[in-house]
Design a protein around this ligand. Sequence first.
Ligand SMILES: [Mn+2]
Length: 282
Amino acid sequence: MNEIRPTHWRTLWISDLHLGTSGCKADFLLDFLEQNESDTLYLVGDIVDGWQLRKHWHWPRAHNDVVQRILRKARNGTRVVFVPGNHDEFAREFIGYAFGDIEILDEDVHVTARGQRLLVLHGDQFDGVIQHSKWLAHLGDTLYQSALWLNHHFNRLRHRLGLHYWSLSQYLKHKVKNAVAFITDFEEALAGEARRRGLDGVVCGHIHKPEMREVGGVLYCNDGDWVESLSALAESHDGQLVLVDWAAQHARREAGAAAARSRRPLSLPALPSALRRQNKHP
Ligand SMILES: [Mn+2]
């Protein structure tokens, strides 16, 4: 059997797994976690979907396996950092604590092997700002910070009242025409935050759209999700950042395995030697 050896990265970022929902592609995720190791693993929010689980309990075995695999990585020496998002904001109560071997942080600054300083956070903190980003931009920093604070506490209150988080996906559905503009605004808001803090870039999730590009002089990275895009952000040992498209990699590997299966009969040992003998002595 050809064992595929896992790729070893310096850092991996995954987010928006939405464990606890039927949308989570847990099998692909398990496959990814099996084949990719790292010194540090960031879980960039919306890992467990607490909002959905409260409405309807959905916890198949594969979702448990994902959690077990991540815990095992932590036990075996991977530094695992969990930065909660809006769907798992129950974990925000535990910021600064450790859950087993997993650190829980509100946000982090990751320094790459090349010395780039990247802000790591989920990104929902900016939802409330984005709708008003144009006029807020004119009114300056203090108000902008206040709007961030307000959005955070507004949604905590909604949570206490048993109401939904101000839903990004609903907002997008209602504003399909403006979805592209919304994504651009989100990217600019996140990149703007990194720039304001004098950092080189940002790594976030939340909008389920993998991306890595320069926005206004800083690097904007979105590690995507495990509901639709099946993607991760990875840093190699020399500090190079890459987006990993696991759906595409998985498809390539399946195609390779199918090709190998169809080639196999040709390499049966008895047949070629028998043929060769026949050819030499016709
Ligand atoms: Mn989110």
